[in-house]
Write a new protein. Structure first.
Lengths: 229, 398
């Protein structure tokens, strides 16, 4: 785990404000695009193609602010109907969605429709079950999406596996995730904060191994994938 | 009578007016979105206020089924129930009954039908319709009329017209809140000018707060449609509002306004939005088309709505037919478009430039000058010179 109390990147600043007696901490996140800082722990609003599912964009300001200024975006949503060229032409997420004072955190999967398909993932890319079929996403393709979308924060591509896989499969998922971490970092656009993905299933050892490897790279944060099934 | 109607500007038959209702002071001509079940699909009441919506229509039939007019009354009326501070209009329930229910039967008593809830035989009488509308509490309520499709011919039309007049008297007698709710009569008579004339005179004799022209917008040819509207507006009183029911294509709204109508309602703008179609000055834009996938222009560059200011056709294309937000954004734009059209009609008449507005509207919709004949004929009767936009090879001008 990162031992520093603050982290800087061109788009994001994070600092811990207070620690509990245990491991919990309250922090504050500053994003260039957001007028007010965001307190952490913070909830990301889920979106579909960048817009919240339950409220139209003009009514977003009626939600409590600033806690509702962080939106989760799945780049995979845009594979259905919008080319990356067109998104780049429009100017990325902020321009495309007309949401200039909101921060976007890109994570490949969402919790409902774009789910990792561990059996189909291989050494070349991560597989996802999506509304437009099963897709194999390679790190290079993923980074092309990130470069077009230009989110404030983004997670590196991970090989997510369910809790019941064999030890061998679990270990492989950590190896792949670390490999893809380096490939993603190598292709990272300027301006976004990189969150290293941490997998390892329910093996404490593998989780630690993965976390240590991620911590060695110069990332702005960590994105832990936990299987809730 | 619970309204005031004051004409502020004119051009021949066309007029811009101020319509003062119990809940809101409106400007006509105006378009009323349809909020079937106490809500406009895809928009909040805040958004409706923002885009300038003045009156919303509620369907008595749907509300009486769910959640029932008694419950709405108990909760303080429909305004409170749906949190809409401006004006409301309810229809009588008759049209839905006839159009939605295959086993509906019309007798002198009323409309008998099979309840979709439990299959029981039910009867909607003029008295019952007014009672339900009294409970719902809208600013304008509609008489139960005997509606007949204009595509039907024969003695049924005459029967329906006379029955409408008889039911009008029963509605008037049953109306318990004439100082808070305005009961409008509906002119029927099919496409027969003689029947229409009898009906108009009969309703005018009853000195109602306002009049609707019904039985149109059901598949009749456009030429018959405008002639009926023209005949009715010419015969209805000048100092009371005229409402053409079921009219919602922008072109139809402009023509009827030129002929002297004031109010319109239709599900078209919101329904077509749910199918991915946007209303634009040129006509319609079908966002589902593949060409839209790369089009980074707004839906309508001249539109000031939230959707056109923030979104490209490409993005909306990626949403339509797949994500609810697509329908919501398109509904928002389409209603804004109709509200803006209403505002433009009103202000152009008040400012003495209505013919110019009509020409400009037609030029954008028919840039090659191919204005439909029925529109040309209607505009001639309305006394509006559109020769510049009807030319086969129009010269380039604004």
């Amino acid at each position: 785990m990162s031992s520093s109390n603050s982290i800087h990147s061109s788009a994001m600043k994070f600092a811990v404000k207070a620690w509990s007696n245990g491991r919990a901490r309250a922090g504050v996140l500053h994003l260039d695009c957001c007028p007010t800082p965001i307190d952490t722990p913070s909830l990301l609003l889920s979106t579909r193609k960048g817009l919240p599912l339950f409220i139209s964009p003009d009514l977003l300001p009626s939600l409590p602010s600033p806690d509702s200024h962080l939106l989760h975006v799945s780049p995979l949503h845009f594979l259905e109907g919008l080319s990356m060229t067109t998104i780049s032409k429009i100017g990325g997420l902020h321009q495309m969605l007309g949401l200039h004072e909101y921060g976007f955190a890109a994570v490949p999967r969402d919790s409902i429709q774009c789910l990792p398909e561990a059996n189909s993932t291989n050494k070349v890319g991560a597989s996802f079950e999506t509304p437009c079929g099963r897709l194999l996403i390679k790190p290079a393709e993923y980074m092309e999406m990130i470069s077009s979308l230009r989110p404030e924060l983004w997670a590196t591509l991970a090989d997510e596996v369910p809790a019941w896989v064999s030890d061998k499969r679990n270990k492989t998922s950590v190896d792949r995730t670390i490999k893809w971490l380096d490939e993603c970092i190598a292709l990272s656009p300027t301006g976004g904060a990189v969150f290293g993905a941490i997998v390892g299933g329910s093996s404490l050892e593998e989780r630690q191994r993965c976390a240590q490897e991620v911590a060695r790279r110069n990332v702005s944060g960590h994105c832990s994938f936990v299987d809730m099934r | 009578m619970a309204l005031r109607f004051e004409v502020l500007g004119r051009f021949n038959h066309a007029r811009a007016a101020q319509l003062t209702l119990p809940h809101f002071v409106c400007q006509t001509p105006l378009f009323m979105p349809v909020g079937t079940q106490g809500t406009i699909k895809g928009l909040t009441t805040n958004q409706l206020e923002e885009i300038g919506c003045q009156i919303i229509l509620g369907n008595t039939y749907h509300l009486a089924l769910r959640p029932t007019s008694e419950l709405i009354d108990e909760l303080g009326g429909l305004h409170k129930f749906m949190n809409w501070p401006r004006a409301l209009l309810t229809d009588s329930g008759g049209f839905q009954m006839v159009s939605l229910l295959h086993l509906a039967d019309i007798t002198e008593k009323g409309v008998t039908f099979q309840s979709p809830v439990d299959g029981k035989q039910m009867l909607l009488t003029p008295e019952e319709s007014i009672q339900i509308q009294n409970r719902i509490g809208a600013d304008i309520i509609m008489a139960l009329d005997d509606v007949v499709k204009t595509t039907i011919t024969g003695p049924r039309i005459e029967e329906a017209m006379y029955r409408t007049l008889r039911w009008m008297d029963r509605c008037i007698a049953a109306h318990k809140r004439p100082h808070e709710q305005n009961l409008f009569g509906i002119v029927q008579g099919g496409l027969d000018p003689v029947l229409r004339d009898i009906c108009v005179r009969g309703l005018v004799d009853r000195n109602l707060p306002g009049y609707a022209i019904g039985g149109l917008a059901g598949g009749e040819d456009k030429d018959s449609f405008w002639r009926v509207v023209a005949q009715c507006t010419a015969a209805l009183p000048e100092d009371k509002p005229r409402y053409v029911m079921g009219v919602g294509y922008p072109l139809d709204v402009v023509v009827c306004s030129a002929l002297g109508a004031d109010m319109y309602d239709c599900v078209y703008p919101t329904r077509t939005a749910r199918f991915g179609t946007a209303l634009v000055p040129e006509g319609v834009l079908k966002l589902k088309q593949r060409a839209m996938a790369e089009d980074t222009r707004p839906i309508d560059p001249t539109c000031a709505c939230m959707v056109c200011k923030n979104y490209t056709r490409a993005y909306i294309h990626s949403l339509v037919a797949k994500d609810a937000m697509g329908s919501q954004l398109l509904s928002y734009h389409n209603l804004y478009y109709m509200m803006q059209l209403s505002r433009n009609l009103h202000s152009s008449m008040v400012q003495g430039r209505f013919p110019e507005f009509v020409c400009s509207f037609l030029q954008k919709m028919f840039p090659k000058g191919d204005v439909p004949e029925w529109v040309c004929n209607a505009m001639e009767v309305a006394g509006i010179d559109i020769s510049l936009c009807c030319a086969p090879f129009p010269s380039t001008q604004d």
